[in-house]
Design a protein around this ligand. Structure first.
Ligand code: 13P
Length: 251
């Protein structure tokens, strides 16, 4: 099964509007630069409109870092899928471990968001991953499987096929410690098996990414794993030259 690689940059809470514009200028992606890789940038909300303009006609797609599940209403501070689509977003990160930790997002709210994103035509990049303690206790696999099952509950098989899952072990995020490509590949395979148990054959079409200290030096090896279809890149996506290099290496 051929799955098109996906390289997504998660800028987190970095870059002002001016810095985002600067990045786009330096990154300067042409329309057909990477026909064999999907490239997505997920900036802070405040930079979406500027990047929409700066990246128009380029090979780069836009994503957001979160969304709320309701279409509209009295939800102070929240952003809807429709608002993101208006800014040309095609993707939205959901359930990042930093939101699970600092914003206390739960499996239930994450599931609502995944449903809402899909029903409104956005591709969710669902993040899952264990912490160090869970890994050391041998509980990583069961924990991640549970996260996947809870987030995808009640979706049809077709809907599940439209979700991207990013396996991001918490102990590897921003620490410089990457999971070995073998460890990461094994977990991505286990995630695919979990989805197959829920949805059958579409699990083979689903793209599963690895995230956690991905850089230009380790991406090629990670991509050699048959169940890793791309990467969700944090720190290394903030520098135009390095992000470009990661995309090149992933091809
Ligand atoms: P780093 O690449 O900075 O480790 O971050 C990974 C991540 O959390 C991407 O969502």
């Amino acid at each position: 099964m051929e799955r098109k690689p996906l390289i997504a940059g998660n800028w987190k809470m970095y870059k002002t509007l001016a810095e985002a514009r600067e990045f786009a200028k330096e990154f300067a992606a042409g329309p057909n630069e990477w026909p064999d890789v999907d490239v997505v940038i997920c900036p802070p909300y405040t930079a979406l409109a500027a990047l929409q303009e700066a990246l128009e006609g380029s090979a780069v797609m836009l994503g957001a870092q979160d969304m709320f599940h309701e279409k509209q209403g009295a939800y102070t501070g929240e952003i809807s899928a429709g608002m993101l689509k208006e800014l040309s977003c095609r993707f939205v990160i959901i359930g990042h471990s930093e939101r699970r930790e600092h914003i206390r997002e739960t499996d239930e709210s994450i599931s609502l968001k995944v449903h809402a994103a899909l029903s409104q035509g956005l591709t969710p990049i669902l993040c899952v991953g264990e912490n160090l303690k869970q890994r050391e206790q041998g509980k990583a696999l069961g924990f991640v499987r549970g996260q996947v099952e809870k987030a995808l509950v009640d979706l049809s098989s077709t809907e599940m096929g439209g979700v991207v899952i990013a396996y991001e072990p918490i102990w590897a995020i921003g620490t410089g410690k990457t999971a070995t490509s073998e460890e990461a590949g094994k977990m991505c395979q286990a995630i695919r098996t979990t989805v197959a148990g829920m949805a059958g054959g579409v699990a083979q079409e689903m793209r599963i990414l690895y995230g956690g200290s991905v850089n230009k030096g380790n991406i090629a090896e990670l991509m050699r794993e048959s169940h890793i279809d791309g990467a969700l890149v944090g720190g290394a996506s903030l520098k135009a030259a390095e992000f470009r290099e990661i995309i090149q290496q992933a091809r």
